[in-house]
Design a protein around this ligand. Structure first.
Ligand SMILES: [Zn+2]
Length: 245
């Protein structure tokens, strides 16, 4: 890495144990980030600031005014514009050492497959179960770890699913809640950003090899400032990651 680039990361290189070699690993990493809403936008900021070198953004649709209570990656000047493309523009402007590509697409198996096979890590910052299941399926098939982040009102969860090691998203949630409305759940931007920042930090640790990555299902309740950790179980009969005949 050039001296000029390393200078940018001087303050994170002060962490005892975080070396130039960790920084190089971040630079060479490829992250597929599905979702750049309030949560995913905060993930994008964390990754970009830290120097994760290659970010593939997948998000369909354009920015609306009602997104702005949680969206800090883009503002009023982007109303009506593609969220994926605006996010990519902001990432590129923020850190010239980061390569970013934008895909204004819904996340499904067909759209994700060619992108996932290039990724070292997939981050699930979507808000609906069909896209989460597609991300999980592709991650298991391509053997790419999936970092899952979700929120609903004042509660949130994160987990890292590692193919052939931990269970997968399907093991954890074999059924979707019947009444789940992907556009109807309450969101404070501050909750989305908190989870986004925690997710970015887990990604940075996983990709660089620095620190200890959480292997739990982490469940947070922000009403009470409470964090609980649960063991992730692998279901042998899971239709996605279970033993195949
Ligand atoms: Zn599974």
């Amino acid at each position: 890495m050039e001296r000029e680039e390393l200078k940018r990361y001087r303050r994170q290189l002060l962490h005892p144990g975080f070396t130039e070699s960790h920084q190089k690993k971040l630079k060479s990493s490829v992250v597929l980030l599905a979702g750049v809403g309030g949560l995913g936008g905060a993930v994008a900021y964390g990754l970009t600031a830290a120097g994760v070198g290659n970010i593939i953004v997948v998000h369909s649709g354009n920015l609306t005014e009602s997104n702005l209570n949680r969206q800090t990656l883009m503002g009023e000047s982007a109303l009506g514009l593609s969220r994926a493309k605006t996010a990519a523009g902001r990432i590129a402007e923020f850190n010239r050492f980061v390569n970013v590509e934008a895909h204004d697409l819904a996340a499904n198996e067909k759209t994700l497959e060619p992108l996932a096979k290039r990724a070292d890590l997939i981050i699930d910052a979507r808000h609906n179960f069909p896209e989460r299941r597609a991300l999980n399926k592709v991650a298991v098939e391509k053997k790419v770890p999936l970092l899952y982040a979700a929120m609903d009102a004042m509660s949130a969860q994160t987990a890292l699913f590692v193919p052939e090691t931990t269970g997968c998203f399907e093991c954890l949630y074999p059924e979707s809640p019947p009444d789940w409305d992907p556009f109807g759940f309450p969101v404070f931007g501050a909750v989305a950003h908190t989870i986004g920042a925690l997710t970015a930090l887990e990604a940075i640790k996983y990709l660089s090899g620095f620190g200890e990555v959480s292997r739990s299902l982490n469940v947070m309740d922000f009403n009470r400032y409470d964090l609980r950790k649960f063991r992730l179980h692998r279901r042998p009969d899971c239709p996605v990651c279970g033993q195949k005949e």
